[in-house]
Write a new protein. Structure first.
Length: 109
């Protein structure tokens, strides 16, 4: 069976959830993870999924763990969009992967 963008996003969502453990995630935060995942899955990633899956899914689990830690650290009972944005930014900034490049730096005035 060929990999599809939808199937890969589903795998990423499962991996992210494995990282969050028992911590609840707000609906808008879950949708944020889904939107970010769809943006990542290009035709190249779909074709190369067998090769890159372990790397991508481990980064998703790591982002889920960090999002849960951020939520708990702020006293929240659920993961929110801000936790997602922060955890994904941290993972992207520290990842050594062509699939997870750090965000572009802001333009110099």
């Amino acid at each position: 069976m060929a990999y599809t963008q939808e199937g890969i996003v589903a795998q990423i969502m499962v991996a992210f959830g494995q990282g969050t453990g028992a911590m609840r995630i707000a609906q808008d935060a879950a949708l944020q993870v889904q939107t970010m995942s769809y943006a990542l899955i290009t035709d190249v990633v779909t074709r190369e999924w067998e090769t890159v899956a372990v790397d991508v899914l481990e980064k998703a689990r790591t982002a889920g763990k960090l999002a849960a830690q951020l939520a708990v650290g702020s006293g929240a009972i659920a993961i929110h969009v801000e936790d997602i944005d922060s955890s994904v930014s941290t993972v992207r900034a520290t990842a050594i992967s062509p699939l997870c490049p750090p965000p572009d730096p802001p333009p110099v005035p």
